[in-house]
Design a protein around this ligand. Sequence first.
Ligand code: NDP
Ligand code: 2IT
Length: 443
Amino acid sequence: MSYTMRVLEKVIKQNPNEPEFHQALTEVLTSLQPYVDAHPEYEKAGILERLCEPERIVMFRVPWIDDSGKVQVNKGYRVQYSSAIGPYKGGIRFHPSVCLSIIKFLGFEQILKNSLTGLPIGAGKGGSDFDPKGKSEREVMAFCQSFMTELYRHIGPDTDVPAGDIGVGAREIGYMYGQYKRLTNTFTGVLTGKGLTYGGSLTRKEATGYGLVYLIEEMLRQHGNSFEDKTVAISGAGNVAIYAAEKVKQLGGKVVTMSDSDGFVYDPEGIDLDAVKEIKEINRGRISEYTKYRSSAVYTPGRGVWNIKCDVALPCATQNELNAEDAKTLVKNGCIAVGEGANMPSTLEATEVFLQNKVLFVPGKAANAGGVAVSALEMSQNSMRLAWSFDEVDRKLKDIMVNIYNNISNVAKEVGQEDNFVVGANIAGFKKVADAMMAHGIV
Ligand code: NDP
Ligand code: 2IT
């Protein structure tokens, strides 16, 4: 058995009952195999064993008091995965499904994603099984303050710089930042995705969605195509989905779907983003309310967003939201490109369907890297105590996404797998991290 497959088997055995982590490991290690086999020095240095084992995992209790006066306890996590090329960097997720397996898969993916940005950021991920949905402002603040009261001792602007993810947006970052500042008596760039009045970067809010569309637009362009007049299906109705939809529209495409965990809307006339922003960003409501704004729209409860006919699909909700059946339906309906705005939204089997049917498929670690890339630009601005304009950050974001596309496309060609961006992204991301690890010795 090859070195890569031996490590995969061993790590899965060492970490039982972590299906999402196993899934991410399987995808990455399988595609690294030919490259790693050609470099026996990696095996000698135990690169893969070290890459798969987080440098540090912190798990902690988060006690807080709800509005009825009852004590609640949630679980808190921070997985500091890799500091090979920079301080640990990655989001914090608040969602009832959060567990070690999910945080580890996200942290592991983040290593390669952050490397692909070309910026000096290592990888980490954190979160809690706290559910912000339906909680009062005071409850959310109490939870965030308690979460940071433990987390603060493990992070720092040159050590570990968290940001947002599912369930963590500007409000939660603000409360966590306030608590960090109070506990440490410092005003630093320890979190990204901050508000614009206290060190946040312009374009960070838009960055993941815009970046996704910039990368897919470049891929379409290099294949003689574009977003112009394309019908686009988007899942999710959160930060990533909203700004992906905005950029698709600006480039002449028509977004016809958006969803949340209860169901999806189909608006054949094109989604009205002002309505979605009002429902989601202002009222924190449900996507079902969209039909009140637009008579052309139909709401369907449950799954099913991938049954809508589209040219381009952008899954922007959560892991494993798109399975093999969905992939086959998309192919049957003539979908030519899929860009993952979410982390690991396609199952391994769905990915296989896309690759076999020559759908241009870009995995999350490349396609959604714009968010963390602008986070790194936020860190740069904080270090310089300067703030760049929207256009300047947007320009840099676009350059980064085009570079990522060229990098993963070239690497795929180099290994004889043209247009296999799964292999391209994994190998391209791995190279830089592995070489830095080689330079550092056995640490
Ligand atoms: P938000 O919390 O803003 O939005 C998440 C959206 O996805 C909501 O519409 C939510 O619906 C839906 N969703 C969440 N969980 C589920 C579920 N289990 N089933 C169905 N729908 C679900 O998060 P983001 O937009 O920030 O994140 C979306 C994805 O993008 C995640 O995979 C995240 O890891 C990834 N990502 C985010 C980045 C960022 O900068 N924010 C950067 C890179 C990747 P509901 O309201 O019903 O829960
Ligand atoms: O998955 C991700 O890349 C994010 N949630 C963003 C991380 C960040 O540090 O901005």
